[in-house]
Design a protein around this ligand. Structure first.
Ligand code: B3K
Ligand code: ZN
Length: 864
């Protein structure tokens, strides 16, 4: 496999203005006729080179004449035609085998339906094409298939015609007036239940909304439809962006590598981000549906109308669209909860990636397999970079920038640089140094100390930033970091500190070292640093326990308040690891937490979040060499400690805060369930009959999946005696619902038991599992890879089994295999014994004769 570099970008030698596709769908012999209107760009005599993979070429005609063999050749997945005219029409006929396409890229079968996934480079598995995002064409698609099996034939744009044929076939044609890159192309054919609705845009356009789901699932589609309408409205109100076709379709499919895909006018979704009702989906599932439906809808402008010039620019659409979906979720409900969850993703997964062999800037410079770059860095750190711009320019300035970006670039394929320029020009400002966020990988560490001169009433913050080397980037330059700060008195009042450099609570860090001086400061303040998690950095400031408890009790900023609790836990756990002694919390800390529990009414969701201790994975982020056993020990001890010390308060809170009456998906109820279930998870560690009764009652009486699953998870994670019974009952009850059974698989894969690996292995033969379906694999295998202590067993059995799984998936679905291998790449972060074991598995993978490019890239990078 060959690497591609961002610096090598060249405009295409040819472009395609129109594409006319005729697709005759059959399980093993689908015929695709593609009629392309091609035009040379610039002066040159280069041949036309079209991308194509796993295709059977049946025929090519140029301007109506069959091309004889000597006029073209197929080499290295490219069809090359020499001596082509300035402008011409090309007809290409290819044959495909969708029923045997287990990689789920290009055209494939999901259950009984045909569907496609073309981003990033899947269209070349359908026909020969200029498969790059800067070639924008108008697509017309005619689909033909058996009418009984595939009553719905769907493609992008508007339906233009349809008809019946003899021998049970029918056809439908579609036209999409908006020029688009081929990665946004989609077709779906199948038999579905259809939920219909409509939306009138603020421009008065009536849009038909259609949601296609597997038969029998109509009742579980309503929430997704509601979310879609909310997203359409929100984008009009907050971003002034309005939908542009007369129809918007969403199809839910069971077999899908990722979450969903924003194909123009025809989104294809992983069913788990569409189907939700109280009985089978948790509150978190509902929130995920809302956010993914929003995300794909928001792509219609940020991604589809304005797309990426090349794939190195992926964050142009993904970082921005994640930022937009985060804001949508926050505006819809529970902003603090969403923000803290987003920060958790950054701290556990993105910081981890930033310190791994696959660390890359949000705009990568070098790519072997593009599918490897749909990462938390490009997506979530990309969104944090957009959020920093939003902080620096504020909402009004940011929206001015967005407006200019849309005006300038509608209908174009552009770069991250174009986006930053629009932000600069609209605000008459310069963001020269800010661009380093696009260029440099790695997580900056922000070290802060302070000094206070009581007699001069002067308070100074000394800030230093440093970013460790990442692969290919030895020396880092200083970032432009917006540091949001709040100051409190010891008794918790918000202090108004002033300095020329402090604007809207933000200090702008641009140097490696910088001091910020505040005058007329009457008492030494408690600094609430990085409020709102204002930059994707690691904060290194030695908080005293007393300061943390002040912030925990009084901070107005939910992130600071939550983070104060996290720091209390982290300090206690790290201390216990360093001393080799049991975890302890001071009486003051325990009292502070009790106080939160006793006064939970004002914000039960936040109390729930701040009680939750850091995961084993996030604690491991604190170490260069990860002490696996110690981490496992102290996490267990801290849970146990909190359960016993706070038993009374946890019980009282549990019984007082459970919502009354039937299940409702409403913020106040969600928040109460969050807190009640957090209390239950702690209490499950106390093995007494009263708690057993509590757990079992909630498990059997719950009228909703949130509470039912929470009880089972609490039991399993605490190794409670009721656990096995609950698992059995749950499986018996839900065996026919695969999305619910995914929760059952995941719960077992995350269990902190020495038998977990054995049960995971056994579960691969269970009826609820399948090696063909990514959702099943993610639930069981990917969840297991995040189970720190069980994956990193000392005997190396966890590694060995994971490697076997990866070998198996290397040939059937390399994208999924590649997601799983991540867990093995960080071998340098473990002790010598584990290093040896990990490297051995990586070497075994490296030597596979047919190693897919997805795995090749990561394994090579890791062993370098
Ligand atoms: N753009 C798609 C991701 C496609 C993944 C390709 N391997 C989903 C999204 O971000 O909305
Ligand atoms: Zn996206």
């Amino acid at each position: 496999p060959q690497a591609k570099y961002r610096k090598d970008y060249q405009t295409p030698d040819y472009t395609i203005d129109e594409v006319d596709l005729d697709i005759r769908l059959q399980d093993h012999q689908t015929l695709v006729s593609s009629r392309l209107t091609v035009r040379r760009q610039g002066e040159h005599n280069e041949p036309l080179r079209l991308d194509g993979e796993a295709l059977k070429l049946i025929n090519i005609e140029l301007d109506g004449e069959v091309l004889s063999e000597h006029r073209f050749q197929v080499v290295n997945n490219q069809l090359q035609i020499d001596d082509v005219p300035e402008a011409f029409e090309l007809l290409i006929i290819t044959q495909l085998d969708p029923a045997n396409n287990s990689a789920l890229e290009g055209l494939y079968k999901s259950g009984g339906a045909f569907c496609t996934q073309c981003e990033a480079e899947g269209f070349r598995r359908i026909t020969y094409y200029l498969d790059r995002p800067d070639v924008l064409a108008v697509f017309t698609t005619r689909l033909q298939a058996d009418k009984d099996k595939y009553p719905y034939l769907l493609a992008n744009g508007n339906k233009t015609d349809s008809g019946e044929l003899e021998n049970g076939q029918h056809w439908v044609s579609w036209h999409d007036p908006h020029p688009k890159p081929c990665y946004l192309f989609a077709v779906v054919a199948g038999d579905f239940d259809l939920l219909e609705d409509s939306y009138r845009t603020k421009h008065g356009r009536d849009v038909a909304l259609q949601l296609f789901v597997d038969k029998g699932n109509l009742g579980r589609a309503e929430f997704a439809m509601r979310s879609l309408k909310a997203a359409m409205k929100w984008d009009e109100v907050r971003f002034n962006l309005v939908y542009d076709l007369d129809i918007y379709m969403i199809v839910a499919v069971d077999f899908f590598n990722m979450g969903a895909m924003e194909n123009k006018g025809l989104n294809v979704f992983n069913a788990k981000y569409v189907l939700a009702d109280a009985k089978t989906a948790t509150d978190q599932d509902f929130l995920n549906v809302e956010s993914v439906i929003g995300h794909e809808y928001f792509h219609n402008w940020t991604g589809n109308r304005i797309t990426c010039r090349d794939w190195f620019q992926l964050s142009l659409k993904e970082g921005l669209t994640v930022f937009r979906d985060q804001e949508f979720s926050g505006d819809m409900s529970m902003r603090p909860v969403h923000r803290i969850q987003d920060v958790r993703i950054m701290r556990t997964h993105q910081f981890h990636e930033d310190s791994s062999p696959m660390a890359h800037p949000i705009r990568p410079d070098k790519v072997i397999e593009m599918n490897n770059f749909y990462t938390v860095t490009v997506y979530n750190k990309g969104a944090e970079v957009i959020r920093m711009l939003h902080s620096l320019l504020d909402e009004q300035g940011f929206q001015k920038g967005m407006q200019l970006y849309v005006e300038r670039h509608d209908g174009q394929a552009v770069t991250c640089e174009d986006f930053v320029c629009a932000m600069e020009d609209a605000n008459s400002t310069e963001l020269r140094q800010f661009r380093r966020w696009y260029e440099q990988a790695g997580t900056p560490v922000l070290s802060i100390t302070e000094s206070y001169d009581a007699s001069a009433e002067r308070y100074t913050l000394h800030c230093r930033q440093h970013t460790a080397a990442t692969p290919g980037q030895k020396k880092k330059q200083a970032f432009h970091i917006p540091l949001r700060v709040h100051f409190y008195s010891d008794s918790g009042e918000l202090l108004k500190l002033t300095s020329d450099e402090l604007k809207n609570d933000i200090l702008q860090l641009t140097e490696e070292q910088q001091d910020f001086v505040f005058e007329k400061v009457k008492e030494k303040p408690v600094p609430g640093l990085l409020a709102g998690f204002s930059a994707p950095v690691k904060l290194d400031y030695e908080y005293q326990e007393k300061q943390l408890l002040t912030l925990l009790a009084y901070s107005q900023d939910p992130f600071i308040c939550w983070d104060a609790a996290q720091q209390v836990y982290l300090q206690a756990m790290k201390k216990a690891i360093a001393a080799g002694s049991p975890v302890q919390l001071s009486q003051a800390s325990l009292d502070a937490l009790k106080h939160k529990l006793e006064n939970q009414q004002s914000d039960p969701a936040l109390v729930s979040l701040l009680l939750q201790i850091p995961s084993e994975e996030s604690l491991s982020g604190e170490y260069d060499v990860i002490p696996v056993a110690d981490i496992h020990r102290v996490c267990g001890e801290l849970k146990q400690l909190l359960a016993s010390e706070l038993e009374k308060e946890l019980k009282e809170t549990y019984s007082s805060c459970h919502p009354q009456g039937a299940y409702q998906f409403a913020p106040t109820d969600i928040a109460q369930r969050m807190l009640a279930n957090t209390c239950l998870a702690f209490l499950a560690n106390l093995k007494n009959p009263e708690i057993t009764a509590l757990l079992e009652r909630q498990f059997s009486k719950a009228d909703n999946m949130t509470d039912e699953l929470a009880a089972m998870q609490a039991a399993v994670h605490a190794n409670h005696t009721s656990a096995d019974n609950m698992l059995r009952e749950f499986a018996a009850k839900w065996q026919s619902n695969s999305l619910v059974m995914d929760k059952w698989l995941a719960t077992q894969a995350s269990a902190a038991r020495s038998s977990t690996l054995d049960s995971v292995k056994q579960l691969t033969s269970h009826g609820a599992f399948s090696w063909q379906n990514p959702n099943r694999i993610y639930s069981l295998v990917a969840t297991f890879t995040h189970n720190l202590a069980q994956l990193h067993r000392e005997d190396g059995e966890g590694y060995r089994w994971l490697r076997e799984v990866i070998v198996r998936l290397n040939s059937s679905n390399p994208q999924v295999a590649s997601r799983l291998v991540t867990a093995l790449l960080q071998w340098r972060r473990f002790d010598e014994k584990r290093q040896t074991l990990l490297k051995q598995e990586l070497k075994t993978l490296q030597e596979l004769p047919d190693l897919a490019s997805d795995l090749y890239e990561k394994v090579e990078q890791s062993l370098q």
